[in-house]
Design a protein around this ligand. Sequence first.
Ligand code: 1CP
Length: 333
Amino acid sequence: MGKLTTCINNKDTKTNPIWLMRQAGRYLPEFRDIRKKNQNFIDLCLNETLSSEITLQPIRRFDFDAAIIFSDILIPPYGLGQKVEFKKNFGPLLGDLELNKISSIKEDQFTNKLMAVYNSIKIVSQNKLLKDKDTIGFVGAPWTVLVYMLNKQSPKKDFNISIFEDQNQIDKIFNILDKFLKIHIKNQIDNGATIIQIFDSWAGLVDEKNINKYIYNPTSSLVKFTKSLKVPVICFPRNIKNYKNYVDNVKPDVVNIDYEVDPRKIASEINIPIQGGLDPKILLTDKEKIRNNALNYLNIFKDHTYIFNLGHGVLPETDPTNVEYLVKTVKEF
Ligand code: 1CP
């Protein structure tokens, strides 16, 4: 068991474990070296030797308290048989969603197709670098995965609302995702994941009248399932309008906050363990700003169980020495 799980289980307010979303990735020269020679991102995620190595790179360099497995939230749609590619300077690009095809996929087919991810988790969690550290497995929340499956590209680029008119189709996709995201969660836990994080990156797109249907209900189903396996679950409903209502309805063990929300309001309203918040752009500035901003979050959450992290992923242009300084600041607090 690692520092994060211990802290969450004991409601410890004294220690502040640290890891960063996208800690394994493009800001690290050792990652770029591997990426250069491996142009196909899905193949890289499904290469257990390389994906486990990439997962361990930031642990070696910064001694983070947890490793997050190098994979993607779009790996389950790929496992279901939808075409998924990552295009340079564009991002994810998915093929047409064929509901009949994904409805016929069997559990074994899905698990076998993604076996390399589970093997990678096994390799990582058994590495001696992970002694006293957690291995974080993850899934996208059903809503966010559905958005990519139907929109076929990032909604940041172009979001086609009309795809949400066919309610019958949406219900069917949610059903399939509920089943297979649970399988993906369980497979990760069976192979060594000690925490599950659920990324709802596009939660902010949903208005109040649809929030039960698209966010609370499908996510709490995964949260209940993960808790039943005795593993803590962290939810990140990015840019959601009301974190307090989210926590009351979805009941995660930990909630990760984004950098737009006022941390003081969160600290006064929410009693469960909190993770994250710091704007990743702060890591593009200088040591003094990094220190002041990090201490601000640590002070605001000093009476909370608080896991240090960012309000979104590390940006590719981040200088690794700034990350090193951030870790030092948090560990010395
Ligand atoms: O080298 C490259 O071009 C690939 C860039 C990359 C990386 C490093 C992508 C493509 N995914 C990843 C890894 C990844 N994705 C991890 C690995 C572990 C780590 O955090 O270090 C994780 C947890 C994710 C999760 C993920 N993928 C999310 C949720 C978090 C978030 O950023 O909001 C989302 C939305 C995705 C989709 C995705 N995959 C890749 C990109 C560029 C995107 C985002 C596209 C968009 O903006 O809509």
